[in-house]
Design a protein around this ligand. Structure first.
Ligand SMILES: CC(C)(COP(=O)(O)OP(=O)(O)OC[C@H]1O[C@@H](n2cnc3c(N)ncnc32)[C@H](O)[C@@H]1OP(=O)(O)O)[C@@H](O)C(=O)NCCC(=O)NCCS
Length: 187
């Protein structure tokens, strides 16, 4: 698939996030990030496979994107995966460690969702979040995500409990949107 070259600027709360394709310069910045426990397994270099993906130039602007502020400082990353078939965009994300826990989560996530909506025109999102991560879950629930599945995943060298969350909150809405898209694709 052709790499997408996208950039978008918006003001959210008191930070203007610009989301652009990840670039080589971003990788050393992101691999220097370290979250305090228990969030340390989210460190970009904590999982070998995740780090390999992040460092793969063919992924930059395809599914890996960087968020910067008005001063062009890197403030976070997003991964947008488009599993087929369907309408769902799977979101992975991380705010820079020193920006976590100060109330930016909602605006940051909203910036990512708006970016994805506008560029891929899909109606639904899903994400996988560690079950212990009440801080993140609170942000996602406030935005209208709901927990739909509990599962275990091997990451950072161990099995962990995760929750799959979906947006929109109503499964009926999501089902109707998927059926409508399937019908139009069959025509
Ligand atoms: C997930 C993330 C976007 C959340 O954003 P954030 O800006 O850190 O979250 P906020 O500061 O807005 O906090 C959200 C809420 O959780 C609450 N909270 C914080 N720590 C908490 C805890 N241990 N348990 C329960 N709630 C907690 C906050 O008080 C806040 O609620 P309030 O608005 O009622 O006060 C951000 O922390 C991040 O990117 N972290 C990187 C690692 C990570 O967790 N990734 C998740 C990938 S799925």
């Amino acid at each position: 698939m052709t790499a997408l070259v996208l950039a978008q600027e918006r003001e959210y709360a008191f930070v203007t996030y610009r989301i652009r394709p990840m670039s080589a310069d971003d990788i050393p910045v992101m691999t220097s990030w370290h979250y305090p426990p228990p969030y340390d397994f989210y460190d970009p270099d904590a999982d070998e496979d995740d780090l390999a993906e992040l460092s793969d130039p063919s992924r930059w602007g395809h599914d890996y994107f960087t968020a910067v502020n008005e001063q062009h400082e890197v403030v976070g990353f997003f991964q947008f995966r488009l599993p087929e078939p369907g309408l769902v965009i799977e979101i992975g994300l991380g705010l820079r460690p020193d920006l976590t826990g100060i109330g930016l989560g909602r605006s940051y996530m909203t910036a990512g969702m708006d970016f994805a909506r506008e560029h891929w025109c899909r109606e639904a999102f899903q994400l996988f979040v560690a079950a212990f991560n009440r801080r993140a879950i609170k942000v996602y629930e406030r935005l209208g995500f709901r927990s739909v599945e509990e599962l275990r995943r091997f990451t950072g060298g161990e099995w962990r409990d995760f929750v799959r969350m979906e947006y929109p909150r109503s499964a009926e809405t999501l089902g109707a949107a998927i059926s409508a898209r399937s019908r139009s694709e069959r025509r």
